[in-house]
Design a protein around this ligand. Structure first.
Ligand SMILES: *Cc1c(COP(=O)(O)O)cnc(C)c1O
Length: 399
């Protein structure tokens, strides 16, 4: 058969983070004791009160279609959360509930992009952003944040990257993969450029509850009326509430954008799972104690991991301030050799450390940096210890 397939679908790369996790899982199934630093999800159970709300929803027969863009009850809960936590005012008709944070973002690009529109993607970036932009007929444009500026882009870099075709810039703070957090001052400067050039900000705040030390989460939409109008604030339940499998994401935007996204979603997927929506109401309005408990545990692991990696040869990292990742610079290690073979790329480093030391790490070429890896600390402390011991042994074996 010679029927052509979609060119757009063909240029999309499969998610390499999921691929590494799958390979580590397979090795584990074959009896190998693999330490997986690849995890992009919290290792905790979903808190009990949230699970209980879902069980009640099933018992009450809340198992039918809901409005396509989400229930009024959940939209109101999201509005309350935006008001209290993010200091942004949205009305329920400005909210869309979707099947996870990824789906929320995909909907946004579908709703705001026309063919050829450029979207500025600060690098390192979460690997799905450029692929999503391409799927929505846009053109991703990378702007590299300096390591000296904690891999964050400056307002000036943003200004220099803007062309007449620029439609939006993506912000992800706290960041996957770097764990860095934009300060209020940095966001104010970026907001000014956004408003002056009349573009959108797609602000992915999925890690908003996970900040450490003196880092503070600031929502760019809270910084004034002009930036509020140009921001689509995206978040979800997956990371903060350990609800990755439940698939609930949401956004706040102008009522016009929310309506467009609601229409798209009404044809593509209809409503997100009714039971998960009930669980999400409990997550957002119930006790937040479990969120703080998980955050503290992440913080303990973060500090341990940072100390250990700083003491390792041929690798370096900045102290992460948010999310649950550490972004490690291997440029020195990659100029060295393992058993006579020069490593050269983080991808090769990741292959060897998985095969020879049973440690899964994420090479970051697809995040825009082929000499860095990402380690997740969303795994148990004893695993972190064993994994870092092995990584140290591997680094010491390089010559
Ligand atoms: C995990 C993640 C998301 C959303 O994940 P979902 O499971 O689809 O809710 C969005 N952005 C970033 C940067 C993430 O790491």
């Amino acid at each position: 058969m010679s029927l052509a397939l979609s060119n757009k679908a063909k240029v999309v790369k499969p998610s390499s983070t999921l691929a590494i996790t799958a390979k580590a899982k397979e090795m584990r199934a074959n009896g190998l004791d693999v330490v997986g630093f690849g995890a992009g999800e919290p290792d905790f159970n979903t808190p009990d009160n949230i699970c209980q709300a879902a069980i009640t929803a099933i018992q009450d027969g809340f198992t039918k279609y809901t409005p396509a863009s989400g229930t009024q009850e959940l939209k109101e809960a999201v509005c309350q959360k935006f008001e209290k936590f993010n200091h942004i005012h949205y009305e329920p008709n400005q909210i869309v509930i979707s099947n996870g944070g990824k789906h929320t973002l995909m909907n946004v690009f579908t709703a705001i992009l026309n063919p050829g529109d450029e979207v500025i993607v600060p690098a390192p970036f979460w690997l799905s952003y450029p692929e999503m932009v391409k799927l929505a007929d846009g053109i991703p444009v990378s702007v590299y944040g300096d390591q000296a500026n904690s891999y964050k882009i400056t307002a000036q870099q943003l200004q220099e990257a803007i062309t007449p075709k620029t439609k939006a810039v993506i912000l992800n703070s706290p960041s996957n993969p770097t764990g860095m957090v934009y300060t209020r001052d940095e966001l104010e400067a970026i907001a000014k450029v956004v408003v002056d050039n009349d573009i959108y900000v797609v602000s992915d705040e999925i890690y908003e509850h996970l900040t450490y030390g003196d880092a503070e989460h600031v929502s760019i939409a809270s910084l004034g009326e002009d930036i509020y109008e140009r921001t689509i604030t995206c978040s979800g339940l997956a990371k903060s509430y350990s609800m990755t499998g439940w698939r609930i994401g949401y956004l706040g935007a102008s009522s016009q954008i929310a309506k467009l996204i609601g229409s798209v979603q009404s044809h593509a997927t209809s409503n997100p799972n009714s039971i998960a929506q009930k669980a999400a109401v409990e997550a957002l309005t119930g006790s937040q104690d479990s969120v703080e408990k998980m955050r503290r545990e992440f913080d303990t692991r973060r500090q341990y991991m940072y100390e250990r990696v700083c003491a390792m040869p041929h690798a370096s990292a900045l102290e992460p301030k948010g999310a649950f990742y550490m972004f490690i610079d291997l440029s020195e290690a990659l100029s060295m050799s393992y058993k006579g073979e020069k490593l050269q790329t983080a991808a090769r480093f990741a292959e060897i450390i998985l095969d020879q030391y049973q440690v899964a790490v994420v090479p970051c070429a697809d995040f825009g940096y082929d000499d860095h890896i990402r380690l997740s600390y969303a795994i148990a402390m004893d695993q972190i210890k064993v994994g870092l011991d092995r990584m140290e042994a591997f680094l010491k074996a390089l010559e």
